[in-house]
Design a protein around this ligand. Structure first.
Ligand code: ADP
Length: 932
């Protein structure tokens, strides 16, 4: 490091700074001393002047006071005044002494002397003399004394004092001016000094710039240039002997050393780059190997696990062609022709597969793989500049019997196959062979599984195989139907708990079947167990199922349980029916037969009176008839059920038929039968004979099952679009849970109270069949011990024909006929219901033209007309026509319409009432009653 000498920047600047501080300190100190002394001198002068002025002025006051007191004394001879005169004189003498001590001018000294002399004279001569005159009242002498020299001195002093005061003021003003001048001078001096200072600072700055900043800039530029690799000459700076010189020299040394290092580093860097390249190459190789390994791993996974042969084909092919860099290749399955290709169209692939020569196949089976080398001559088929070789690889996947499973054909252009490559590819093909065999085996198993499933699905019985732990292993479609379970795909592999839970939810009385199923699963039993259960009625109308359970064994160990569920509902019902039939037949056949036999024996063996004979024959006849009825019923039902029964359908008024039938029952002694016909003239379409049979069956039952007699009410009602017949008795009633089953053939309630009441159990079955044939319904409401009502609903015949009215009209000319002309049957029925309850006879028409014809023939008491028929406003036309005819010109007309009221028409045609739908039907009755 360069030793810093006196020329170093720090000492130079310290010296300069010291000199400036020193010079300026001296100047400022001198200036300060000078200004201070001047100021002191001036203020001393001022003080002296003002002191002198003060003393002179107080002397003047004392002087005047003396003479003022003297005059007072002279005038009044007052001793007080004289006293004060003396004290004034004393004061003056003191003041004069003070004055005499001041720095006095010559004139002032002279005045001082005179005043001193005067005071002495005045005290010692004049005043005693004057006192003497006053004492003696010698005022003349006193006058003369006053006019003596004393007075002139006094006046002279007063004048002097005044003059002195004036002079003092002038001197003070002068002094002030002097001070101002001095201040201006100092200001100027300050400016000069400031300018000097600035100059000095400027000089210093200039030196700093040239000596410090410029070299530093040079150094900075050199540093920057060095960074960018350029050279800047800093020799001038280097030659300096100060710190900058040292810095420049250090910098220079540093650049030299860096340049040396840089070269070294560049060499090292090159070395490193070379190493890195090598590493990268290694890494790329590693990456490739890793990728290869990953692919192989994936392939291995596929080879081991996949069950999809297309996936295996694709993966194997992709792997081999990637690793062995085939230009074109195909891998395909010989049997199914599934394939994977690269570098050719699907069409060419198919062609290649088709055209593989048998010789090649044979060779493949023998050699497993071989390569064919062929020369590609330079020509129009290639873009190569010269001839080269193509290498075709043929390799195969063979099965364990040495038969071809898959073939791979691959081509490499100008790139032969090494022995190692061929060995590796063969190895892969062997692995693939195992994988393909596994897949084929799986497919075979799957095929047979599906076949088995199809077979068991065709079975009508529900089949369910359950493992030892109760899990469903196999089940069929039929079972899912029987037990209302999801299809077997979803149901298979369900745990014991979940399928048993399902069972529990769907069966009636689940305890027994749960016990049966659970035991069958855990117990080891050689025979077959059977159990019956019933699917809940809320799910389906009573399904009776029989389940068989059998243990399934494998090498003497139970592996599960086979359950076969069989729907035995039909059998069960037949069984039921059979037992019912047997009991019916035994009773219903035996009773009349035994009577017939008994009475005929009597007739044959005994001599009987005429009347007796007659009576017995009548009984035999009655019983034979009973038998005939039974057989007829049975045959009727057979006929109906087999569809052989013919029905003669025609429209008729049900009320009339009911009336006729009831008349036939009038001979009943214990029962009163009444008919309430609210349907009046409503008509249905039906077979009168069959409906009569239905009525007789139901009324017969009502009589039979109310052994204590009572009233039987037959009622016809109009309910919207059907006539509902109800037959109500006050008999023994029916238990609630038995009601629905009574419509089955031979079904009877079997208890002692009823056994006495005969019957076949066919009546209700027949009635139901008849009702169904009329598109009707039948149902029973009953309360045990209180009575039963059987209802039959039959559809109403929409077109009430005028013909029918004419048949009826003559008998009822005086009737309260009201006609409803309306195209909506429901609306019409609603109005008719209301009118009927109020005693009107209601006619219905849905065609205005027919309504007019009818109205002209029948004495109506009113007509209710809807305005819209379909989309036509025919209502007003009808009204117009009615008003135009003599017979109907005054007929009360009520309009019932969804349209708003048309006032002018209402007035024009004298409409009785215009109802806008919807309206209260009672209103209509009220209006018609009023119009009657
Ligand atoms: P049958 O009357 O010949 O026995 P049905 O089929 O007519 O056969 O009736 C079946 C059963 O329904 C009857 O055995 C009876 O138990 C019951 N049943 C039918 N109608 C009535 C009724 N009105 N009151 C009580 N039980 C009735």
């Amino acid at each position: 490091m360069t030793k810093l000498t006196d020329k170093n920047i720090r000492s130079q600047f310290l010296k300069m700074l010291f000199a400036i501080v020193f010079v300026f300190s001296i100047v400022i100190l001198g200036f300060y001393v000078y200004v201070k002394s001047t100021n002191e001198h001036l203020s001393q002068q001022r003080e002296e002047l003002s002191d002198k002025a003060k003393i002179v002025s107080s002397m003047e006051e004392s002087f005047s006071d003396i003479f003022f007191r003297a005059r007072g004394y002279y005038a009044f001879k007052n001793n007080d005044e004289l006293q004060q005169l003396y004290s004034g004189l004393n004061l003056f003498e003191m003041q004069l002494k003070d004055f005499g001590r001041l720095d006095l001018t010559v004139e002032e000294l002279e005045l001082y002397d005179r005043l001193e002399t005067f005071t002495i004279t005045y005290r010692e001569q004049i005043l005693p003399e004057a006192i003497g005159y006053v004492e003696t009242d010698n005022y003349e002498a006193l006058q003369q004394l006053s006019n003596g020299g004393a007075n002139s001195l006094v006046n002279e002093f007063i004048a002097y004092a005044k003059e002195y005061n004036n002079q003092t003021e002038v001197s003070i003003t002068q002094l002030f001016n002097e001070i101002i001048e001095q201040a201006q001078f100092y200001t100027l001096l300050y400016i000069v000094l400031g300018a000097g200072l600035l100059l000095v600072i400027g000089l210093i700055m200039q030196r700093v710039i040239s000596n410090l900043i410029l070299p530093i800039e040079k150094l900075t530029a050199a540093t920057n240039s060095f960074v960018t690799g350029h050279y800047v000459d800093i020799n001038v700076v280097r030659e300096r002997e100060d710190e900058l010189g040292a810095l420049a020299r250090s910098f220079y040394d540093m650049t030299i050393s860096i340049q040396d290092k840089e070269e070294e580093l560049t060499t090292q860097n090159e070395e490193l780059t070379a190493q890195q390249d090598e590493l990268q190459a290694n890494q790329a190789q590693l990456q490739t190997s890793l990728n290869q390994l990953e692919k192989f791993n994936k392939l291995n996974h596929v080879l081991t696990f996949t069950l999809d042969k297309q996936q295996l084909l694709t993966n194997l092919h992709t792997y081999v062609r990637d690793v062995y860099k085939f230009d074109t290749s195909i891998l395909y399955l010989v049997d199914t022709q599934d394939f994977s290709v690269k570098g050719m169209t699907e069409q060419s692939a198919h062609q290649l597969m088709r055209n593989l020569h048998t010789d090649k196949k044979v060779r493949l089976e023998e050699e497993k793989s071989f390569v064919i080398k062929r020369e590609m001559l330079q020509g129009h088929e290639t873009i190569a500049q010269q001839s080269y070789f193509m290498y075709d690889l043929y390799t195969a996947v063979l099965n364990s019997e040495g038969k071809l499973v898959a073939v791979m054909m691959a081509t490499r252009e100008g790139h032969m196959f090494t022995n190692q490559e061929l060995l590796d590819i063969n190895g892969l093909m062997n692995q693939a062979s195992i994988a393909f065999e596994r897949i084929f085996m799986y497919e075979e198993v799957e095929r047979s599984r599906k076949l088995n499933q199809k077979i068991i699905d065709t079975v009508n019985e529900g089949i369910q195989f359950v493992s030892k732990v109760g899990e469903v292993v196999v089940m069929n479609q039929a079972l899912s139907g029987i037990i209302h379970a999801p299809t077997y795909e979803k149901y298979e592999h369900t745990t014991q708990q979940s399928w048993l839970q399902h069972f529990q939810a769907i069966v009636d009385e689940p305890e027994a079947i749960m016990y049966f199923l659970k035991n069958a699963i855990i117990e080891d039993f050689g025979d077959t167990r059977t159990m019956r259960y019933r699917i809940s009625q809320s799910l389906s109308a009573a399904s009776f199922i029989e389940v068989y359970a059998t243990s399934v064994y494998e090498s003497d160990a139970k592996i599960g349980t086979m359950f076969v569920h069989r729907d035995i509902t039909a059998e069960y019902e037949v069984d039921q029916m059979k037992s019912e039939l047997v009991s019916t037949v035994s009773h219903e056949l035996r009773t009349p037969l035994s009577s017939i036999l008994g009475f005929t024996e009597l007739l044959l063996t005994k001599e009987l009176k005429q009347e007796r004979q007659q009576k017995y024959i009548e009984t035999i006849h009655k019983e034979a008839k009973r038998l005939t009825n039974l057989i007829n019923d049975f045959l009727d039902l057979q006929r109906m059920e087999s569809g052989r029964q013919t029905y003669t359908m025609e429209p008729f008024v049900l009320g009339a038929l009911a009336d006729d039938i009831i008349k036939n029952f009038q001979h009943e002694k214990n029962h009163t039968i009444t008919l309430t016909n609210e349907a009046m003239n409503d008509r249905i379409i039906g077979d009168k004979e069959r409906l009569t049979q239905l009525f007789i069956n139901i009324i017969g039952n009502a009589i039979k099952f109310s052994p204590s007699g009572g009233e039987i009410q037959v009622k016809l009602e109009n309910k919207v679009d059907q006539v509902v017949i109800s037959i109500q008795d006050e008999g023994i009633g029916i238990p609630k849970d038995a009601i629905t089953s009574l419509f089955q053939k031979f079904k009877r309630i079997d208890n002692s109270a009823r056994r006495k009441i005969g019957g076949t159990g066919l009546g209700l079955a027949l009635s139901k069949e008849i009702a169904l044939q009329h598109n009707g319904t039948i149902w029973i409401e009953s309360e045990e011990g209180e009575g039963t009502t059987v209802f039959v609903g039959l559809p109403l015949h929409a077109q009430q024909s005028i013909k029918h009215f004419h048949e009826q009209a003559p008998q009822d000319k005086q009737g309260n006929y009201v006609m409803i002309v309306e195209d909506d049957l429901s609306s019409a029925i609603l109005l008719a219901e209301e009118l009927k309850t109020k005693g009107f006879l209601v006619l219905y028409q849905d065609d205005p033209q027919k309504a007019l014809e009818e109205a002209l023939h029948i004495p109506l008491i009113g007509i209710v007309i809807d305005l819209m028929f379909g989309d036509k406003m025919k209502g007003w036309d009808l009204v117009h026509e009615l008003r135009a005819h003599e017979q109907t010109k005054d007929l009360p007309i009520v309009i019932s319409s969804a349209l708003d009221e048309a006032k002018e028409k209402v007035e024009q045609y004298q409409i009785t009432k215009y109802f806008t739908k919807p309206f209260m039907q009672e209103e209509l009755s009220r209006v018609l009653l009023a119009a009657k």
